[in-house]
Design a protein around this ligand. Structure first.
Ligand code: PLP
Length: 399
């Protein structure tokens, strides 16, 4: 499905977000795609002149509509929506690699992706070499004759590291491997990864694409040939998206450009503000000049994203006090919704590591990840200000 409006040139991102995947206006037809709950569709055989439609195949009208919108936003030939971000990642990896094959992956990956590569895929005789994504020569050095997929994620969670795509792309090209990228934290608004040579652009649509913390979904965008291979895995493993979730995702994506503009703006303002607050030892945001990847992020991204991490003086206890004194922002895992959420990696994504191991990864105790929502900046500042004050290490008691 394509944009059916003025033909003068390629529509802009905001126009695509609203119109791509929508039917052309016809008198009497609904303006918004209806939810089609039917699991199956009338079809008597190839003579009908259409594909067999069945909702596990990913070709229900709502599944196709949201896929068309995603392909338009990513600037790719095709796209596919699936039941979760992990379904998108696992089906893409299984489409790319089989028994005896090898994957080269960034060391900084979402926890479940890391577990998939280390615990699950070896059971299928698919092995992974992890590399430091900032070491430009590491990608090429890790290639084997059986490398079929190179996997990156950026910005990374929760330290928001950004690195150039070029070295991973050149290694993938030279080895004939697929370059896959989990771009959940960036969204197609902040970077269109396909323009940087990424073959499989993956998102947990549960986060910014859906944007309202009310659905679980994942997407993959790429060439028609790649999407056909991923769709085949999805049909076999059964990871297709429910039409209701597809419809909600399509609804969410219509406002993605305006939401991201606000997420980007408020997060940068908050990061700058936190930098001057007593009790905050470190502020981590790629938009701050102090961030180790600031220059790379400025070159690569259209916006720095809606995530800010802070490290509080006073370690884990201070972070616990901070979280329990918030009145507007709420402690909860996940990110990318309209509401501001905070989480401590030591309780969530990095709970299985020791304090020292987390420290080595740049996640000392006292680290709080903030998914900055769409609330008024002044209200967020007031909330965080009171919570930081409550978290401050207690003054030395009187003798
Ligand atoms: C949340 C997340 C995932 C997993 O997505 P689900 O929709 O929960 O399956 C994968 N990658 C990143 C970067 C995420 O933030």
């Amino acid at each position: 499905m394509t944009f059916d409006g003025p033909k003068h040139e390629r529509p802009g991102t905001a126009t695509d977000a609203v119109h791509a995947g929508q039917p052309a206006p016809r008198p009497g037809e609904p303006v918004v795609n209806p939810i089609v709950r039917s699991s199956t569709f009338h079809w008597s055989g190839p003579g009908d002149g259409i594909d067999l439609l069945y909702s596990r195949y990913g070709n229900n009208p709502n599944q196709r509509a949201v896929a068309g919108k995603i392909a338009a936003l990513e600037g790719t030939e095709d796209a596919l929506a699936l039941a979760s971000g992990m379904a998108a990642i696992s089906m893409t990896l299984l489409a790319g690699a089989g028994s005896g094959d090898h994957i080269v992956a960034s060391r900084h990956l979402y926890g479940a992706t890391h577990a998939l590569l280390t615990d699950e895929l070896p059971r299928r005789d698919i092995t992974t070499t992890f590399v430091d994504p900032h070491d430009a020569s590491a990608w090429q050095a890790a290639l084997t004759p059986r490398t079929r997929v190179v996997l990156i994620e950026l910005p990374t969670n929760p330290t928001l590291r950004v690195f150039p795509v070029g070295p991973a792309r050149r290694a993938a090209r030279s080895g004939g491997a697929l370059l896959a990228a989990d771009m959940t934290f960036a969204t197609p608004i902040n970077i269109r990864a396909a323009e940087h040579g990424v073959d499989a652009v993956i998102h947990s649509a549960t986060k910014y694409l859906g944007g309202h913390s009310d659905l679980i979904a994942g997407v993959v965008a790429g060439s028609a040939a790649l999407i056909a291979r991923v769709a085949k895995m999805m049909k076999l493993y059964g990871g297709s998206i429910d039409p209701q979730a597809a419809w909600l995702l399509e609804r969410g994506i219509r406002t993605l450009p305006v939401r991201m503009e606000r997420h980007n703006r408020t997060a940068l303002a908050l990061a700058r503000w936190f930098s001057g607050i007593e009790g905050v030892r470190q502020v981590i945001h790629p938009g701050l000049p102090a961030h180790p990847d600031h220059e790379c992020a400025a070159r690569l991204l259209n916006g720095y994203g809606g995530m800010v991490s802070i490290v509080l003086e006073g370690g884990g206890e201070a972070a616990d006090r901070f979280c329990s004194h918030l009145r507007l922002a709420a402690p909860a895992p996940s990110l990318g919704g309209v509401e501001t959420l905070v989480s401590q990696p030591r309780h969530t994504s990095h709970v299985d590591l020791s304090s020292a191991e987390r420290h080595a990864l740049g996640i000392p105790d006292g680290f709080v990840r903030i998914s900055v929502g769409l609330e008024d900046l002044e209200d967020l500042k007031a909330d965080f200000s009171a919570a930081v004050a409550a978290a401050l290490p207690l003054a030395t008691p009187l003798p």
